[in-house]
Write a protein that binds this ligand. Structure first.
Ligand SMILES: C[S@@+](CC[C@H](N)C(=O)[O-])C[C@H]1O[C@@H](n2cnc3c(N)ncnc32)[C@H](O)[C@@H]1O
Length: 326
């Protein structure tokens, strides 16, 4: 009974992923997630893994990493049935480290409102591609914002649709200092690690892949520093290194889903408050500590909420395609 409750919960998680995350973005991932939810043997396979490793993104990326992108659900099921041990090993060894530089497009309008220059400390930075918003171009409903800092690589241009309330930046931000923190930093110079980032981009979203590769080219010109560490313990020591005189911003996007304990998330929020930095979160609303039910309800299912020092600012597309200022 307990066992079947467990597999039912995993099935519900895959249905939520299909309906709220994959639908309208990746028809293949929607099909695979619904297939998993209805397949007792795949649910049983997942039930043997720790909760953090049962995530749809991780399962699908592990299968693609070893067996290439499946054509459809039947192809996926055959691949998993033929190499379950290797697929389990990849899932246990690797993490969902999707680095989505397009999220800079939804963060830039808020960052541009702060006193410049900025000192950016990103927790859960992956390869650090969200640490270099000043090196990218943007297009907000036809209004362009160019890089404030140039490199030898051609910058990606991120298009983001916004509502009328959104303050479109007149200019890109100025960054005096930047640093990332991650349990397992991805090195932009390491081809094998970068290949895993590629695999994490969903089939059907090939334009995301093109932009990711451009962002990686930009990052390789002057790689942002990402330190190995844990946001639950290492934020004060890194924040202390920030350039004085710049506005210190501690930010994160799509990270709190991996900090499983509510207590850990609340303690992290308290730590940031003690440092006295500006705290910007771009996360699923129910994971941001101190946010009211009313604020959560302002976002549509699957949307992220952007908050500054616990105050709701905007709802954002999780992959940076749109921004709705509140
Ligand atoms: C889905 S990725 C998001 C990366 C980046 N923030 C972005 O928006 O593109 C989540 C990242 O958080 C990192 N992470 C998860 N838990 C962490 C923790 N406790 N401390 C530091 N990093 C963590 C993971 O290793 C992973 O690289």
């Amino acid at each position: 009974m307990v066992e079947s409750q467990h597999t039912d919960q995993i099935g519900s998680r895959y249905i939520r992923f299909a309906e709220n995350e994959a639908r309208g973005r990746s028809p293949l991932y929607e099909e695979l997630a619904l297939g998993v939810a209805g397949d007792p043997s795949v649910l049983e396979f997942l039930a043997q893994l720790p909760y953090a490793k049962q995530q749809p993104n991780l399962l699908f990326a592990a299968v693609r990493h070893l067996c290439d992108t499946p054509r459809d659900w039947e192809d996926f099921r055959r691949s998993l049935a033929s190499r379950p041990d290797e697929i389990r090993e990849v899932m246990l060894k690797r993490r969902t480290q999707t680095n989505e530089p397009a999220r800079c497009a939804t963060l830039l309008p808020l960052l541009a409102l702060l006193p410049q220059p900025l000192a950016l400390l990103e927790v859960g930075a992956s390869a650090g591609l969200c640490l270099i918003p000043d090196r990218y171009s943007y297009c907000y409903n036809g209004v362009d914002v160019e890089p404030s800092s140039n490199t030898d690589a051609v910058p990606p241009r991120f298009s983001c649709t916004t509502n009328l309330q959104t303050p479109i930046p007149r200019a890109n931000v100025k960054i005096a200092w930047r640093m990332g923190l991650d349990l397992e930093p991805v090195r932009v110079e390491n081809d094998e690690q970068v290949a895993w980032l590629d695999t994490l981009v969903w089939p059907g979203e090939e334009n995301r892949l093109v932009l990711l590769r451009r962002a990686l080219d930009v990052a390789r010109c002057d790689p942002p520093i990402v330190i190995e560490g844990d946001l639950r313990t290492d934020v004060p020591r890194l924040a202390a290194q920030a350039e004085k005189g710049a506005t210190l911003v501690i930010f994160h996007s799509a990270v709190l889903a991996y900090v499983l304990s509510e207590k850990d998330r609340a303690e992290f929020a308290q730590t940031v408050a003690h440092i006295g930095a500006i705290w910007i979160a771009n996360e699923s609303p129910r994971l941001i500590p101190g946010i009211t039910e009313q604020a959560c309800n302002q976002c549509l299912p699957g949307e992220f909420l952007i908050t500054m020092d616990r105050k709701p600012i905007a709802c954002s597309d999780p992959h940076g395609r749109s921004l709705r200022w509140l």
